[in-house]
Design a binder for this molecule. Structure first.
Ligand SMILES: C[S@@+](CC[C@H](N)C(=O)[O-])C[C@H]1O[C@@H](n2cnc3c(N)ncnc32)[C@H](O)[C@@H]1O
Length: 266
């Protein structure tokens, strides 16, 4: 098998995302929206790509689907397995793995889901081809993704300006742009259907939100760590971050929209 040109990036991502678990409180309500939007039927074979702590996988299992889920980060798969046990869904199959190299045979699933997950795999064409490969004929994908013009998309753009990704890696928020998503899906899927919904992060103040992101969003955490010996740079980054998120802070909530995408395989 050819060597993965993004092996180093994925190794770094595996370390970065290990602290993500507290943020899953805020992605939990989104999981219910994605599962509804995906129109799952009881008995559907479903794959959750980049499952994190398993919020989509467990919600899909509760809707009656037979669920497999994978994530790059072993610590998160451990947390997901524990969540599955607590929720009474020991039957979910959890795997450590890469969205660009799915460890499943061709034509295994009725539905492939990904919530704020596959968007971090560096090669969209490879990821989409893999998702299509593991889908049965007529199966579908459904995604929740952060658009570039909203809070999290702009936060990842800020991180990318301070700490550029390796050449050839697609910026994650492009997965929140319907025109780009349509183009990426076109080789393997019918024209997508889009929706939008809102998500909320409770926060006592803007600095509280910044601190939370610095502690639980790996790419932000690593960037802050890398500026630890340069107070001026760190203060600049924090100032930029707080100015960026301020417009989204209403009623003690960071509020933003996300994009929903659903598309049927050709
Ligand atoms: C923002 S978290 C979302 C987790 C979960 N889907 C949720 O909504 O709570 C992003 C996840 O993508 C995973 N990830 C990043 N790159 C990946 C890749 N190439 N393959 C599989 N998972 C990946 C990370 O380990 C992390 O769990």
């Amino acid at each position: 098998m050819a060597e993965d040109p993004f092996a180093d990036l994925k190794k770094r991502q595996r370390e970065m995302w290990a602290s993500f678990a507290p943020t899953a409180t805020f992605t939990t309500p989104v999981a219910a929206k994605l599962v509804n939007f995906a129109q799952l039927k009881p008995g559907d074979e479903v794959l959750d790509v980049a499952t994190g702590t398993g919020v989509v996988a467990i919600t899909a299992a509760r809707a009656g689907a037979k669920v497999s889920a994978l994530d790059l980060t072993p610590e998160l798969i451990e947390a997901a397995r524990e969540n599955g046990q607590v929720a009474g869904h020991e039957e979910i199959t959890w795997s450590v793995g890469d969205a660009e190299q799915l460890p499943y045979p061709d034509a295994t699933f009725d539905v492939v889901l990904s919530q704020f997950g596959h968007m971090f795999a560096p090669r969209p064409d490879v990821t989409i081809a893999e998702m299509r490969r593991v889908l049965k004929p007529g199966g579908r994908v459904a995604f929740a993704t952060w658009p570039p013009e909203h809070l999290v998309g702009r936060m990842f753009a800020l991180i990318g300006r301070h700490s550029p990704p390796p050449p050839g890696a697609a910026p994650p928020p492009q997965w929140g742009n319907p025109a780009i998503v349509t183009e990426r899906l076109a080789p393997h899927f019918e024209a997508p259907f889009f929706g939008r919904a809102a998500m909320y992060f409770p926060a006592l103040s803007i600095p509280h939100f910044r601190l939370f992101m610095e502690r639980s969003i790996g790419p932000m955490q690593k960037l802050v760590e890398s500026y630890a010996s340069d107070p001026a740079k760190l203060a600049g980054l924090r100032g930029e971050f707080e100015a960026l998120v301020a417009p989204y802070y209403v009623d003690n909530l960071m509020q933003q929209q996300f994009l929903l995408t659903r598309a049927q395989a050709r």
